[in-house]
Design a protein around this ligand. Structure first.
Ligand SMILES: Cc1cc2nc3c(=O)[nH]c(=O)nc-3n(C[C@H](O)[C@H](O)[C@H](O)COP(=O)(O)OP(=O)(O)OC[C@H]3O[C@@H](n4cnc5c(N)ncnc54)[C@H](O)[C@@H]3O)c2cc1C
Length: 303
């Protein structure tokens, strides 16, 4: 069976895109490998009406509501590649399953966070080590906060963080500040720590041990990460990317159209600094744009 649209990625952006298409009574396949970026976190914050709820439950409820639309089909699986088969269609190849076909694609495949190689950091990710203070800063109750500066982006975050708690900036791996940055950081009350971090001080929590033997007690640690595309599909399809200081993101126009006609994208894969609310909004946009392109054709679609 060929679908009108295949939405690759069944998390917040993909669910939201498919909802628009299902409500337009279009045949939609949502293909999902079940690896949401925020899976390690037990609570999601900052998403209106869902603040503090489980990220898994928010996604699960979205799926239940989506699958009430009879033209929507769900497939658990992983897309390995995709290519155009004619002027009005694509094939998506899956791991261990038959290929699937559609006239349009929506890529809602998200990103992977490239974490610095600090032993134990991965296990603490989303629990006591975070990337975003808007998501998880408030819950640290104004306690001491650390920021591991492994990229120059850390300066920006260091300047914001004192609003959530007394902040120590751990300068690592040759990352340094210029005169003006140092002045601003000091004005904001940030403490600078240049002694290299050796590791976490305890089996749990965010406190750090330095190479000189000192321990710095922390309620939470922030780490600005670089994004990598979670899926090979955007590159396989030939989508253009924007190279930003936060990583590589699929280039989209104001309607979520990528550089490849018939392919739309949204959510973390197509924007730096993603959040649930942005992903859901991007999905609305990409889903509606994909629908319009089915009606008006690729040339007539209002991007
Ligand atoms: C630890 C952590 C905590 C966070 N907390 C918050 C918070 O409190 N509030 C907030 O607003 N934001 C938070 N975020 C950000 C939030 O998780 C993202 O903005 C959001 O998940 C983006 O949604 P998305 O649908 O674009 O991508 P994702 O949620 O990452 O979903 C992408 C989906 O695509 C699927 N997929 C990828 N490739 C393929 C493929 N080849 N084939 C099939 N399926 C594929 C994946 O399995 C996944 O289900 C947090 C992020 C992290 C890392």
């Amino acid at each position: 069976m060929s679908y009108d649209v295949i939405v690759v990625g069944g998390s917040y952006a993909g669910l939201s895109a498919a909802l628009q298409l299902g409500r337009a009574r279009r045949r939609v396949l949502v293909l999902d490998s079940g690896k949401r970026r925020n899976a390690p976190a037990t609570h999601a914050h900052g998403f209106l009406t869902r603040d503090g709820e489980s990220p898994a439950e928010i996604a699960a409820l979205g799926k239940v509501q989506l699958l009430r639309y009879p033209s929507v089909t769900w497939l658990d699986g992983e897309a390995i590649s995709a290519h155009r088969i004619d002027d009005d269609g694509f094939q998506v190849d899956l791991v261990g399953q038959a290929p699937v076909h559609a006239r349009r694609l929506v890529l809602a495949t998200g990103i992977r966070d490239r974490l610095p190689p600090l032993h134990g950091l991965k296990e603490r990710w989303g629990r006591s080590v975070f990337h975003c203070p808007y998501c998880h800063g408030y819950e640290l109750d104004g306690g001491p906060i650390g920021l591991l500066a492994t990229t120059p982006l850390a300066f920006h975050l260091a300047t914001l963080l004192p609003d959530w708690g007394p902040t120590t900036l751990f300068l690592q791996d040759g990352v340094d500040l210029d005169e003006e940055q140092r002045r601003l950081i000091v004005t904001r009350g940030v403490r600078l720590e240049r002694t290299p971090v050796e590791g976490f001080a305890e089996s749990d929590g965010a406190s750090l041990r330095l190479t000189d033997g000192r321990t710095v007690t922390l309620a939470g640690l922030f780490v600005p990460t670089l994004a990598a595309q979670a899926s090979p599909l955007p590159a396989a399809l030939g989508c253009a990317f924007d190279d930003t200081p936060m990583g590589e993101f699929i280039r989209v126009d104001m309607m979520g159209a990528t550089s490849v006609p018939g392919v739309f994208a949204g959510g973390d894969a197509a924007r730096p600094g993603g959040a649930l609310a942005f992903a859901v909004a991007d999905g609305v946009r990409a889903g509606a744009a994909a629908h319009r392109s089915l009606v008006f054709g690729l040339e007539g679609a209002a991007h």
